[in-house]
Design a protein around this ligand. Structure first.
Ligand code: CO8
Length: 257
């Protein structure tokens, strides 16, 4: 149904694979449109989304340079906004999103991975924001998210030099959570997704909302926001189910309500 995206449903886990092999899975506006549409049409049963790239060489090698080359200022703004809006949708989806980075994550590819909740990668992965070498800056919110994830000093180094880093360095600076050999990457992503799926869906969604929203609040507002969401958990059936199961020494059965 899509030209550049493959969707696989594995019980409650949806695996979305970006597949534009001729350009190492670069993001042109059609890929971005398909990504947006795929997010709209995630199945109701989806509890975790995994995003990866086709093949063993590249996750996403950036925004499509051949499409960007001839843009004027207004068109550059529009293209940047199109990607930024889709990535913000990923960041605010009510379910966790895992980036399984299977190779190059450059420019828009690194930005896509950073819009996900959790990043794991293969040992051949390379991360970088090479935009200034093309006369542009990161345009899919990379200046914002990279500094948030690895701190201003390292973000500025990566963005000003444009030099990519290998998987072990990405792990060291906290850009990824774990590194696996390529053949093990998707199994590791699935295992993590299944661990998440075993928990109460609304609690996971509330936790994601808290972590995302509190980051930009002052301490008092952040603490109050968590307090409100914590209280809200007690209005769910799954809080009753989870605690009753614990007290009865049983495995909890969550219903997502
Ligand atoms: N866009 C378009 N085509 C690409 C891209 C890309 N980002 N990356 C690779 N390709 C194409 C190559 O042109 C090549 O095509 P062809 O076979 O027709 O010559 C094919 O993919 C294979 O690539 P290579 O032959 O170059 O493969 P190598 O293994 O030698 O090198 C690299 C792999 C290192 C990944 C290399 O391809 C490369 O440097 N790619 C560009 C990486 C890059 O600079 N990415 C950042 C792009 S800018 C960006 O993402 C900005 C995001 C915000 C945009 C906001 C818009 C306003």
């Amino acid at each position: 149904m899509y030209n550049y995206i493959k969707i696989e449903q594995k019980q409650a886990v949806t695996v979305l694979t970006i597949s534009a092999p001729k350009s190492l899975n670069a993001l042109n506006s059609i890929v971005l449109g398909e990504l947006d549409d795929a997010l709209t049409h995630l199945t109701e049963e989806t509890r975790v989304l995994i995003i990866t790239g086709d093949g063993e060489k590249s996750f996403v090698a950036g925004a499509d340079i051949s499409e960007m080359a001839g843009l004027n200022e207004a068109e550059g703004f529009d293209f940047g906004k199109k990607g930024a809006d889709v990535f913000r949708r990923i960041e605010t989806l009510p379910i966790p999103v895992i980036a399984a980075v299977n190779g190059f994550a450059l420019g828009g590819g690194c930005e896509l991975a950073m819009a996900c909740d959790i990043r794991i990668c293969s040992s051949n992965a390379k991360f970088g924001q090479p935009e200034v070498g093309l006369g542009i800056i990161p345009g899919f919110s990379g200046t914002y998210r990279l500094a948030k994830l690895v701190g201003m000093g390292m973000a500025k180094q990566l963005i000003y030099t444009g030099k990519p880093i290998k998987a072990d360095e990405a792990l060291r600076i906290g850009l990824v959570n774990a590194v696996y050999e390529q053949p093990e990457l998707m199994d590791a992503a699935m295992q993590m997704a299944e661990n998440i799926c075993a928990n109460a869906p609304l609690a996971v969604a509330y936790a994601k909302q808290c972590i995302n929203e509190e980051y930009d609040l002052n301490a008092d507002d952040a603490v109050a926001f968590e307090n409100k969401m914590f209280g809200r958990c007690f209005a769910t059936e799954d809080q009753k189910n989870g605690m009753k199961a614990f007290l009865n020494k049983e495995k909890p059965q969550f219903c997502g309500k």
